[in-house]
Design a protein around this ligand. Structure first.
Ligand code: PEP
Ligand code: MG
Length: 876
């Protein structure tokens, strides 16, 4: 027979999978000899059988009864004994804490007979009847779903007629009768009087609460798997509501908000645990317990110190004092804010409880990310106007502008509000404090570009009706006009009308070199842990940067090179016209002239970036997107030409442009003429870029610098594509005297490149995985469309727990990466391999890239510290 029930003295904290977190920790405290009421845990295995078959495993309740008898023998009291009944608490407790998501039922064992016995034993009739009514209420609500108001109304009317001291025993006895009637009316049978039946029904209902709507929603948000199931803890009741020498409290062994040392908690005299949670009466700060009950207080302090030393971490606890006797009801390694996580990890190192390696595992990249952004103080905030997708974290406040030009022209901070953004909006995005869109998800243009720039962005706020023509947007019947101030939170996706107060991030200021490491305990802790991550990590961290300013910032934030410089970004703004000239060129001469005009500008771009990254590698990617992206949109141009024609005017250049746009139109441009394909069919384009890189490097050498450019070819699918580019590039390089050797490598961003990586490596000095395109092409998911379309549904159904554009799909895309790494290195053992898709800044993905043996990750400058920390964590 499989075993499904474990006494608290049988388990320990290593068995949280089986006993749930709460059960495992109750067992651990029992083992440590701490005062835990006797009890046992029904395992998650039993729950999983129940969830799979709809009934408990055979023999479960016999096993429960056997354990119950042991508890009864230890206490000398029996469940259902009419003279001195044992009462039980039944609590859920899964592997991961899901506070308040599942059920708890207290006072099991009370019925019409035992209530009298309890009253006699405690000498407190009121208490006994009050406990009985609590049981019927909790049982009715949680097991049978009786609406809470049914009981609340009855309770209120009794309270209204009671004196200041509360309802009398007689009133409570009557209330129990009323509750029993409510129960029978709602459920269709009487409240179960048999204590063992109460217990079994309660256990089943805890199993079922695993699949309640709120539990499912919580799990999805916290990425807790749906198939774990919960354990059920059955424990002898102790009472905190037996008068002034009783009470209940929660406590932390350090401050979970700031990490400051010293116990921290709340206590409520003469109360049960749920009264504290419900906030019915005001609690007192824990230190005041010393005055009320010095003996219990001292014992509690000793226990908390024991727990901290034993768990070597911040613990939170729940305790009850029953007539001067202290009982521990729960402990666990406590939840804490991101700031407290860093501070506590550093303190525990100083206290000799953990090593620096362990400290790295006490903090996460996501926590560091949170600490780097300014945050709103939402204490007195009104309800948000709308909620979209938090696409690029931060807190931005500014006046509403509805187009890019207005953002550029504005004085003072503005929020650029657009239905969606495109490359034309780039100047406005640079000028704005934040970006808000009504369409698109986390990989929409707005989101990707904003993250790259560290600009706060909320996208996909679909309640917004944006009307740039009228200069306003509406949410329901609220109209927000251009010029009005709004506040957007890029972490939570919330949007408010008006200005919310913002707190700057000391961590960001430290990382940017503005604050000394000693500035405050948090900054010191971040400094130490990041320093240790750098010392132990094997993975390099580079940045994706296209401007000298970004390169400089990335370097300050700890990047040791640029892993992706997207050159197409250099063709925007005023240079677009030069690209237009290239596209419209008629014959080799005009093409040559257009390229000649671009060459010095590109050279200047590269010189600046190479200077900012002097001595470090700079991977410059040749132009990638389809050329028509540099032309006006078809619809706009058609309208302009039609307008001119209607007015009888000559559309002039617009007419020529329109013809070009039509000629170049592709139904599926992402799969069309872009990347290496463009370089091969537009003669001279790549050569111009390669020349600009080489000349810039030669200039830097002449100026005494140490330039280390690398040239990267995008979207290669076949080695012959790369070989053709390489022949031409090497011809150009040979003609530029004074340039250092410049490696030529390729992105691996289509499945065929990964599958033929062994062949491609023969022509490549390095690989860099473009995981944005590799994800797009492996899944056949359009990176520009899916997040605003069916992704929400996919996440809801659990087809994936997180967008594969956000965190690398290790099983599918990851498999291609492993294959390409192995076959690439088999051909060329010294091959340098990195990644430069968005995943390079995602902590979970960084762990994967470290595990598959990449040499570096490259991410947006602001994510560099996060990647450093994640790479350090992956190494210890
Ligand atoms: C990629 O595809 O992952 C990549 C880095 O290139 P881009 O995002 O510019 O297509
Ligand atoms: Mg790409």
């Amino acid at each position: 027979m499989p075993k499904y029930v474990y006494d608290f003295i049988e388990g320990d904290r290593s068995r949280a999978d089986l006993l749930g977190g709460k059960g495992a920790n109750l067992a651990e405290m029992t083992r440590l000899g701490l005062p835990v009421p006797p009890g046992f845990t029904v395992s998650t295995d039993a729950c999983r059988v129940y969830l799979a078959t709809g009934s408990p495993p055979a023999g479960l309740f016999d096993e429960v009864n056997a354990h119950l008898r042991e508890v009864e023998a230890r206490l000398g009291r029996w469940l259902g004994d009419p003279h001195d009944p044992l009462l039980l608490a039944v609590r859920s407790g899964g592997r991961y804490s899901m506070p308040g998501m599942m059920e708890t039922i207290l006072d099991i064992g009370l019925n019409d007979a035992t209530v009298e016995g309890l009253a006699a034993r405690l000498g407190d009739e009121r208490f006994a009847w009050d406990s009985y009514r609590r049981l019927i209420q909790m049982f009715g609500r949680t097991v049978y779903g009786i609406p809470a108001e049914e009981f609340e109304h009855a309770l209120e009317s009794v309270r209204a007629t009671a004196g200041a001291a509360g309802p009398s025993a007689g009133q409570l006895r009557d209330l129990v009768e009323t509750y029993k009637k409510i129960f029978s009316r709602q459920v269709g049978h009487d409240f179960p009087q048999a204590p063992h039946e109460q217990l079994f029904v309660a256990i089943r209902s805890v199993f079922e609460s695993w699949n309640s709507d709120r539990a499912r929603i919580y799990r999805r948000r916290e990425r807790i798997p749906d198939d774990l199931g919960t354990a059920v803890n059955v424990m002898a009741m102790v009472f905190g509501n037996l008068g002034p020498d009783s009470g209940t409290g929660v406590a932390f062994t350090r401050d979970p908000a700031t990490g400051a040392p010293g116990v921290y908690g709340d206590y409520l005299a003469d109360a049960q645990g749920e009264d504290v949670v419900a906030g019915i009466r005001n609690t007192i700060p824990l230190p005041e317990l010393e005055r009320l009950d010095p003996v219990s207080f001292r014992r509690l302090m000793e226990i908390m110190a024991t727990l901290e030393r034993h768990y070597r971490d911040l613990c939170d606890i729940e305790f009850t004092i029953e007539r001067g006797k202290l009982w521990m009801l729960q402990t666990r390694v406590g939840k804490r804010t991101a700031a407290a996580a860093f501070v506590i990890a550093a303190q525990l190192v100083d206290e000799g409880l953990i090593t620096l390696d362990e400290a790295l595992h006490r903090v996460t990249g996501a926590q560091l990310a949170q600490l780097m952004f300014p945050a709103f103080d939402t204490t007195d905030a009104p309800a948000p106007l709308a909620v979209g997708v938090g696409a690029s974290p931060g807190a931005a406040v500014g006046r509403v502008v509805l187009d890019s030009a207005a953002a550029v022209a504005a004085d003072g901070p503005v929020i650029l509000v657009r239905p969606e953004t495109n490359p034309d909006d780039l100047p406005g995005m640079i000028a704005a404090a934040g970006v808000l869109t009504s369409r698109g998800g986390k990989t929409s243009h707005a989101a990707v570009v904003a993250r790259g720039m560290g600009r706060t962005c909320v996208c996909g706020a679909d309640a917004l009706r944006i009307d740039p023509e009228r200069g306003e947007f509406t949410v329901g019947d609220r109209v927000v006009r251009a010029g009005e101030v709004i506040s957007i939170d890029g972490t939570t996706g919330q949007v408010w009308a008006g200005e919310l107060p913002v707190q700057p991030s000391p961590v960001a200021r430290y990382l940017d070199g503005e604050l000394a490491p000693q500035a405050d305990p948090l900054v010191t802790a971040v400094h130490r842990l990041l320093g240790h991550a750098d010392a132990v990590r094997r993975l390099g961290v580079r940045a994706n940067a296209d401007t000298p300013a970004d390169a400089g910032r990335a370097r300050r934030l700890g990047a040791t090179g640029i892993g992706l410089c997207r050159t197409e970004h250099m063709f925007l703004g005023p240079r677009r016209e030069l690209v237009e000239r290239l596209i419209l060129a008629d014959g080799p001469e005009q093409v040559g002239a257009a390229l000649d005009a671009l060459l010095p500008l590109q050279r200047e771009d590269f010189t600046g970036i190479l200077a900012a990254m002097d001595g470090l590698p700079v991977t410059i990617r040749l132009i990638d997107p389809p050329l028509h992206e540099f032309l006006p949109p078809l619809a706009e141009l058609t309208a302009r030409v039609a307008g001119a024609q209607a007015r009888g005017e000559d559309p002039g250049r617009d007419g020529v442009l329109l013809a070009a746009v039509r000629r170049m139109h592709e139904a599926n441009p992402m799969l069309g003429l872009r990347g290496v394909r463009l370089g091969l069919v537009v003669p001279g384009l790549f050569a111009m870029q390669v020349r600009a890189v080489a000349e810039a490097a030669a200039q830097r050498v002449r100026d005494g610098g140490d330039p280390r450019p690398e040239i990267m070819v995008p979207l290669v699918g076949d080695v012959k594509e790369l070989a053709a580019v390489r022949v031409e590039a090497e011809r150009v390089l040979a003609g530029v005297p004074g340039a250092p050797p410049i490696p030529i490598g390729t992105m691996i961003e289509v499945p065929r490149a990964a599958l033929t990586a062994g062949e491609i490596a023969a022509e490549a000095h390095f690989f860099s995985f473009g995981t944005n395109d590799l994800t797009q092409t492996t899944w056949a998911f359009s990176r520009d469309d899916v997040e605003g379309s069916f992704f929400a549904d996919y996440l809801e159904r659990g087809i994936f727990p997180v967008s594969p554009f956000e965190s690398i799909d290790t099983r599918g895309v990851g498999r291609l990466i492993r294959l390409a790494v192995a076959e690439g290195r088999a051909t060329r053992p010294e091959l340098t391999i990195g990644v430069c898709g968005e995943h390079g800044g995602d902590p979970d993905s960084v762990a994967f890239f470290a595990a598959v043996g990449l040499d570096y990750v490259s991410c947006s400058p602001y994510r560099v510290p996060i990647a450093r920390l994640a790479a350090g964590r992956a190494a210890v």
